[in-house]
Design a protein around this ligand. Sequence first.
Ligand SMILES: O=P(O)(O)OC[C@H]1C[C@H](OP(=O)(O)OP(=O)(O)O)[C@H](O)[C@@H]1O
Length: 384
Amino acid sequence: MSNPFGTVPTEAILEGDATDAYFERTRTTLETAGKNPHVVAEVTADQFPTGEFDVLTGVKDVATLFEGRRVDVDAMPDGQLFDGGPVLRIEGPYLEFAELETSLLGFLSQPSGFATAALEARRAAPKSLVLSFGARHVHPSIAAVVERAALLAGLDGFSHVAAGDVLGREAGGTMPHALLFCFGEGNQPDAWDAFDEAVPEDVPRIALADTFWDEVSESLLAADTLGDRLDGVRIDTTSSRRGDFRHIIREVRWELDAHGYEDIDIFCSGGIDPDAIRTLRDVADGFGVGSHVTSAPSVDFSLDIVEIAGEPISKRGKLSGVKEVYRTPDGGHHVALANRDDPEDGESLLEPLVRDGEVVREFDLEAASERCLADAESVGFRSD
Ligand SMILES: O=P(O)(O)OC[C@H]1C[C@H](OP(=O)(O)OP(=O)(O)O)[C@H](O)[C@@H]1O
């Protein structure tokens, strides 16, 4: 079978078949009526700046989607924080891109939600190790989308191997409870020893220390077992036993130190969200974040025609006319009609992405991540 998991193939996305049926009917109708007006359409989440910022990502996929279409596209850079006004603008004959609307919005909405949630985790503990562990919560075909969004938002790494192949980055992690089960209760030291024997030297030795017994008992046993070969312990206490998780982690830290294991780090996972990170960041050294990122709401983007044949147009509730989003000298954002040449307007955030079907932008994930983190700082993104 060419498509055993029944996912929408790449060809369908590129050819415009990954679309809502009514766009095909719109094409049929407009072609029959001999209409194909020159339009400007804008992708927007909020019409006016809200002061609540999200992270834009997915721009590279949109560029790929529009390559070869006789339109011009401008967009904010990948990793840009935004809180209102258009993040992307398309100009050209409407039927050049009508069916692409569905995929265009999908490429931006869900990944931008992932990246925004990952940035919340990043900003909760800027100095801690924070890894993306949520691939198990999404359809495997989009695991690389999750992990890329996590890296864009400044997370330090991720767990999904195939995503790493796509992104050109090594996946990482610790060890699953399944490994401890396979050695059995009472044989945790054998499991940790076997792991240390078997895996490559460059893999951190982080022993999962919460499977059968108390977190303190297993952490000390792991330290006694591996000694200076142990880099850290992972505490993933199941919710039914979690109680005062901060106290548990402080106790583990206390007892490791009391027994001479000051250099052994403590890594927390399991339902970890930004609030948990803020609560634990002074007693734990690193975090694995999963469902906080993968269950993030998609950013509710819509595509609206705002000009037809040079005349402003909009539906009720939306703003007509071609707009720009400017970063004002105070770091805020300002939405205004484009081409006003008002010196008050500041720096325009939408830049050329596609010109007459040719992609005119390079994409660099590191640079996008630096932009994202710098923007987060300048707008005070959800800092505690
Ligand atoms: O989605 P989150 O709740 O933030 O957590 C994702 C973490 C927690 C989970 O632990 P388990 O479910 O115990 O799985 P395992 O036994 O494989 O560690 C697994 O280790 C993932 O990496």
